[in-house]
Design a protein around this ligand. Structure first.
Ligand code: S1T
Ligand code: MG
Length: 542
């Protein structure tokens, strides 16, 4: 077995399902072995940001590893933003980059694609990954691969592997199996008993679940825990879509001042808020009405548990959930918790479309044909999605990087085999929407709901006076047929319904439903979110 075959085998047995990539001369040797071995299918896209977003989304939908393979320098540096977003949002993305041969730097000539130094790339990726390896010694390559891949799985963060092009064919020993971290069972027991005692003493206990629950494949166990405890559950903004396919007392998504007042009151009025796998970000909490004191919550994140001023280190979420499940007894009556209601019944009339109409149209579509998994970009489309009935959803809800939506929908369908609904604004579509041109070759058929307000509208909400937020009208739907798909531009609620029904009824190719929205038309959620963020910024300035 050579180094690449050992790496592919280790990736596959650790749950990776495919590789997304774009080759280059420093990566051609290992791309050839990848393609010829067939151990993991290789999908190429058109631009490395799309490769990174697709691989990241595959990891999120699968609750496992995503893999992005690129060439050195020009390819890898193009990937940085997607990897930074994966790191921020705790996604185990494996970056595999080609590199110059071990002695190529000794010619006295600068090597094409290199940064200021030959190790600049390794240093850049060391900042946005949790573990790195350069496989330049076949005697230790198998141990280095295990160390780095296991870090990705245990810490749910991206990792970086650099492969000099002259080593790919060298013999390598098989990579050792992954030994998951479980933590100290006695610590888990003590911590679980303390948490349950606090929940029992509380008059308004609430569970909030975040992205780590998905990353570690714990949704079913969390649903069981919530049912046994009888405690209402909410998701964080980033955790939207969690538990959607489970039987759980799910009250909705916490969005502070931008959310449903009953949910905001449930969370901010709780005297024992248990945060499981929730990232403490400004997008998750800065919009609180100001009553949420995070120091009084119980936080299980990044392998440790904080209860007030106590910390349980080295306590992985899986071990804690197991210990809680073993001791869980009924504490509350979740039937009293609010139940989310989502707008339905879009009037099929000739009125112009609003962002909330789009959510209503999607809810009607899901009611008629069943829910679809959603990949959403950053922009008002993500806030409108908060009015779509709970379904699996991946989105850059904290890192908030644009361009994620379309590649994530491509990666999601390739990873799961399920047709995706992609929500994207015109500004974000201008960035990476063109990856749709690969759908025919890849055999996938997402439905793209494009919020076209000819504007960077979310920025306009923050700074209305700036004319640079005005975008031109690119007439995206007309470009779809040339790229192998179908497109329809809609300006009324009737046409919107029709276009979505047509797209669902015609699988086998991508569809762009280009919903025209007037500039200045914001979802109510985004309006309130922006107001909350502005208030948070003022408070922070003091
Ligand atoms: N560049 C990238 C890669 N990500 C970003 N988030 C931004 C810039 C800043 C930014 C936003 S929201 C936004 C920008 C440019 C406009 C989005 O426009 P569009 O996709 O059309 O959606 P909508 O019109 O619904 O706003 C966030 C605040 O940072
Ligand atoms: Mg826009």
């Amino acid at each position: 077995m050579n180094i690449i075959e050992a790496l592919l085998e280790a990736l596959a047995v650790r749950g990776a399902g495919e590789i997304f990539g774009i080759p280059g001369d420093f990566a051609l040797p290992f791309f050839r072995i990848m393609e010829e071995s067939g151990r993991l299918p290789l999908y190429t896209l058109s631009h490395e940001p799309g490769v990174g977003f697709a691989a990241d989304a595959a990891a999120r939908f699968r609750s496992g590893l995503g893999v992005a393979a690129v060439t050195y320098g020009a390819g890898a540096f193009n990937l940085v933003n997607a990897v930074a977003g994966a790191h921020a949002e705790k996604s185990p993305l494996v970056v595999v980059s080609g590199a110059p041969g071990r002695h190529e730097g000794q010619s006295g000539l600068l090597v094409h694609h290199q940064g200021p130094r030959l190790d600049t790339q390794m240093r850049v990726f060391a900042e946005i990954t949790c573990a790195q390896a350069r496989l330049d010694d076949p005697r230790t390559a198998h141990l280095e691969i295990a160390r780095v891949l296991d870090a990705a799985l245990d810490r749910a963060r991206p990792v970086y592997i650099e492969i000099p092009r002259d080593v790919v064919g060298l013999r390598c020993r098989p990579v050792p199996e992954h030994r998951p971290r479980h933590g100290d069972p006695e610590a888990a027991a003590a911590c679980a008993e303390e948490i349950l005692a606090r929940l029992q003493r509380a008059s308004r206990p609430v569970l909030m679940v975040g992205v780590e629950v998905r990353r570690y494949g714990l949704e079913a166990k969390l649903a069981e825990l919530a049912r046994r405890l009888g405690v209402p559950v909410v998701t964080s903004f980033m955790g939207r879509g969690l538990l959607s396919s489970q039987e759980a007392p799910l009250a909705g998504t916490y969005l502070g001042v931008a959310g449903d007042p009953a949910i905001t009151d449930l969370v901010e009025g709780s005297d024992c808020l248990l945060l499981l796998g929730v990232i403490l970000s400004d997008t998750n909490f800065a919009v609180s009405a100001g009553r949420l004191d995070l120091r009084r919550t119980i936080q299980a994140l990044d392998g440790e548990v904080r209860l007030g001023y106590y910390v349980y280190p080295e306590l992985p979420l899986a071990g804690l959930v197991e210990a809680l499940l073993e001791r869980a007894v009924p504490i509350g009556d979740a039937r009293r918790a609010p139940r989310p209601e989502y707008p339905t019944g879009l009037a099929a009339d000739d009125e112009p479309i609003t962002p909330t109409d789009i959510a209503r149209a999607v809810n009607d579509l899901f009611a008629a044909h069943g829910p679809m998994p959603i990949a959403a970009d950053m922009g008002d489309c993500l806030f409108a999605a908060m009015d779509i009935a709970q379904t699996e959803l991946v989105a850059p809800g904290y890192y908030a990087g644009m361009g994620f939506g379309v590649p994530a929908g491509i990666g999601g369908q390739i990873a799961t085999g399920r047709r995706m609904l992609i929500l994207v604004g015109d500004g974000a579509f201008q960035m990476t929407g063109w990856e749709l041109g690969n759908c025919r070759r890849l055999g996938i058929d997402p439905i793209v709901l494009l919020f076209n307000n000819r504007s960077w509208e979310m920025l306009r909400a923050f700074q209305p006076q700036s004319r640079f937020n005005d975008l031109d009208d690119w007439r995206f739907a007309e470009m779809a047929p040339a790229m192998g798909g179908s497109g329809r531009r809609v300006e009324t609620r009737r046409a919107l319904r029709e276009a979505l029904e047509e797209a669902v009824a015609a699988p086998g190719r991508f569809h762009i439903v280009e919903a025209m929205l007037p500039r200045g038309a914001l979802s109510q959620r985004l309006e309130r979110f922006v107001a909350g963020q502005k208030r948070h910024a003022q408070r922070s300035r003091g």
